[in-house]
Design a protein around this ligand. Structure first.
Ligand code: SAM
Length: 288
């Protein structure tokens, strides 16, 4: 069931909905930029996850050596379910719930990820449809940049987390370099409006204790530039196939994909390198 009437559906949800209905391919289960350290090894990964190994490596890096066995986990902004599937298959969690406000994502996840203990729920990150103190762990990856009210989101995470619960959180935000960008270099970069102080204010506002905080931009850029295991290669081939079979889509749809690929190949890489954007993660703890 969707909680939004057609007149209130956010443009972000509409974009994801269109993209996911266009590309129902079950090989594309992550929608994040991925992470690749200089010394990343993939001896832990199963063959079925190799194609998206940088994305699986991002959640693995975010979680560190946290023991999640027996835990009740919620991912907010679960997209096409890659992180939830990772959590259900690799961590020994008791249950994993993915929440997203894009109906096509929930439909795709229910079709593609049939794993015991894993469920997907339609809902908004700023009005979570869960009781207080319901989860041991909350995960949020590359979704918070879409939220109009970060503090409201933080309050909701705080509410649904148990005492001593853990909150793992990663996203892109504006960096310290605020110099003007040329038009091509600003493509896709201007989409990110939140600054670091807003994330820090949310963390203080909700009363989370910071256990670990890191800038992982370098590893995200390495994943962008790597020839293997990155979302962009899969997406590019899917878009190319679609172009061959149909030119009936409105030009603005192709333009939106061109913009995304320009960001992946050029403006995004430059922006992380020159400090216009920064990719951060936090490991947080619910206050006692
Ligand atoms: C870039 S994708 C990341 C998906 C997933 N976390 C991953 O790492 O593959 C961002 C997701 O956040 C979801 N999202 C954005 N705003 C949301 C909101 N207010 N409530 C719930 N989901 C939201 C989008 O629908 C999309 O699935």
């Amino acid at each position: 069931m969707t909680t939004q009437g057609p007149e209130t559906v956010s443009p972000i949800s509409q974009w994801y909905d269109m993209m996911t209905r266009m590309f129902p391919d079950k090989r594309l289960t992550f929608l994040n930029y991925g992470y690749l350290a200089k010394d990343s090894s993939f001896d832990w990964i199963s063959d079925e996850d190799l194609e998206q190994k940088c994305s699986a490596n991002l959640i693995r890096t975010l979680l560190g050596d946290t023991d999640l066995r027996g835990k009740k986990i919620l991912e907010i902004g679960s997209g096409r379910g890659g992180n939830c599937s990772y959590l259900a298959r690799y961590t020994g969690a008791a249950s994993v719930t993915g929440l997203d406000f894009c109906p096509a994502h929930i439909e795709l996840c229910n079709r593609v990820h049939r794993i015991e203990g894993l469920t997907f729920v339609d809902g908004d990150a700023m009005a979570l449809p869960f009781a207080d103190n319901e989860f041991d762990v909350v995960v949020n990856i590359e979704s918070s940049h879409c939220y109009p009210d970060l503090n409201r989101f933080g309050e909701e995470v705080q509410r649904v987390l148990k005492k001593d619960g853990r909150f793992f959180y990663a996203d892109t935000m504006k960096g310290n370099n605020t110099s003007a960008l040329s038009e091509p270099d600003s493509i896709g970069v201007d989409f990110f409006t939140n600054v670091l102080e807003q994330h820090q204010a949310m963390i203080r506002h909700a009363g989370f204790k910071v256990e670990e905080h890191a800038d992982i931009s370098e590893g995200v850029i390495r994943a962008f530039e790597s020839e293997q295991g990155h979302l962009k290669h899969l997406l590019k081939s899917l878009v190319e196939e679609k172009k061959q079979e149909s030119d009936s889509l409105p030009p603005e749809v192709w333009h939106a994909f061109d913009t995304m690929f320009h960001f992946f190949d050029d403006s995004g890489i430059k922006a992380y390198k020159n400090g216009h954007l920064v990719y951060k993660f936090w490991r947080l703890k619910q206050a006692a």
